[in-house]
Design a protein around this ligand. Structure first.
Ligand code: FAD
Length: 387
């Protein structure tokens, strides 16, 4: 597995090890994940086949450090895994992506004991991790959250509702941000690990979504959930800062997902236009079609450069990571929406049906402009952190 051994890896050029990783994930994704992508979307069911094959090949949570039993993949290697899975099935790419999102608070700020307890099962594939920041009335303004954690002796008691939680119900572990001191606003929010098996944890009905239908999105209800105080991640009042620091790194994984979806759509459209004949020749012979393909490829190349550059910044912990992560996510997701829409156009009426995968890709692309902060919020983040 490509690792951070050489933190100076070229900004824009993945190493030979990264290229080998891409080849092997691509083969696996095409053989074991792609065949179920349409069915998973149509039936709105969890992509169990993808989880099984990712776990069997140690690709479900590659970011976990070797010291906790993980593959110890660097940020670029993690991006490549997510990109290649998303190229065939966006829903499945949320397995490695959200395992990183959910567990990164523990990796960044958790005690040694929390790391040992929770990262080992994640690395082995025995448990998945989700991330619980959003609430029904606190989305872009996450500081407005209402979920509370009240200390009671050696425990905290949590009450509240977390909304839009990816992989809720499937994951065993949940990083939950909750208010411990309402007076202090963002500095009064703390982070905790909550387990699915904790008494008082339950889940809402799966949301009926436009895309990523194979990825369960549900509410998480916390009803007098009593957990030991040592499940707090970092010090009291640091939960919001940890949540934001996490997003600096993981927005790059959403950029990777967007990039993969866009590449999948371009690859499919490229093949289609060579086969489809109108006016007595393949439509690929028309310059209008060629220009569309050229624009799609150009935008993907630019998104990839920005995403890989941000991954390198994440790996090194660069000072401008907040800007880089937001820029990569915002740009790559806008590209994914444009490229998938163009791919549908290139297939004409056929592109508008579920008989071809570009319709699913266009629906899947939309979410990348919304979660881990909408693209309006990314622009706010960039404007506040201009390079
Ligand atoms: C499928 C799915 C999966 C998700 N997974 C998770 C998850 O695992 N964990 C989690 O915690 N959350 C998750 N989310 C939540 C997601 O991050 C939020 O939906 C997102 O942050 C937006 O919040 P909101 O939906 O409340 O929209 P709002 O904040 O209500 O925004 C509505 C609109 O107003 C705009 N807006 C808001 N404030 C401003 C402003 N200041 N300036 C300009 N425009 C503004 C927004 O950009 C948007 O266009 C998920 C969401 C979805 C749909």
């Amino acid at each position: 597995m490509a690792s951070s051994g050489n933190a100076d890896f070229d900004l824009y050029r993945p190493s030979e090890e990264h290229d080998m990783l891409r080849d092997s994930v691509r083969s696996l994704a095409e053989a074991k994940i792609a065949p179920f992508a349409a069915e998973v979307d149509e039936e709105g069911r969890f992509p169990q086949e993808a989880l099984d094959s990712l776990v069997a090949n140690d690709l479900h949570a590659v970011h976990v450090p070797e010291s906790y039993g993980g593959a110890g993949a660097d940020a670029l290697a993690t991006v490549i895994v997510i990109e290649e899975v998303a190229r065939v099935c966006a829903s499945s790419s949320l397995i490695p992506a959200v395992n990183k999102l959910g567990s990164l608070p523990v990796i960044l700020s958790g005690s040694e004991e929390l790391k040992k307890r929770y990262l080992g099962p994640l690395a082995k594939g025995d448990a998945m991790f989700s991330y619980c920041l959003s609430e029904p009335d606190a989305g872009s303004d996450a500081v407005g959250m209402k979920t509370k954690a009240v200390r009671d002796g050696d425990s905290f008691v949590l009450n509240g509702v977390k909304r839009w939680i990816t992989n809720a119900g499937v994951s065993d572990y949940y990083t939950v941000m909750a208010v411990t001191d309402p007076e202090k606003r963002s500095k009064g929010i703390s982070a905790f690990v909550v387990e699915k098996s904790d008494e008082g944890v339950s889940f809402g009905a799966p949301e009926k979504k436009l895309g990523i239908k194979g990825s369960p999105t549900r509410e998480v209800y916390l009803d007098n959930v009593r957990i030991p105080a040592d499940r707090m991640i970092g010090a009291e009042g640091t939960g919001f800062a940890t949540a934001m620091k996490t997003l600096d790194h993981t927005r790059i994984t959403i950029a990777a997902q967007a990039l993969g979806i866009a590449q999948g759509a371009l690859d499919y459209a490229k093949g289609y236009v060579k086969e489809r004949k109108q006016f007595g020749k393949p439509i690929a012979d028309f310059q209008g079609i060629q220009f569309m393909l050229a624009d799609m490829a150009m935008k993907i190349s630019a998104a990839r450069a920005l995403t890989y550059q941000a991954a390198a910044a994440s790996e090194r912990g660069d000072a401008d990571l907040t800007y880089q992560g937001a820029a990569a996510k915002c740009f790559a997701s806008d590209v994914a929406m444009e490229v998938t829409t163009d791919a549908v156009q290139l297939l004409g009426g056929y592109g508008y049906t579920r008989d071809y995968p570009v319709e699913r890709m266009m629906r899947d692309a939309k979410i990348t402009q919304i979660y881990e902060g909408t693209n309006q919020v990314q622009r706010i983040v960039m404007a506040r952190n201009l390079p």
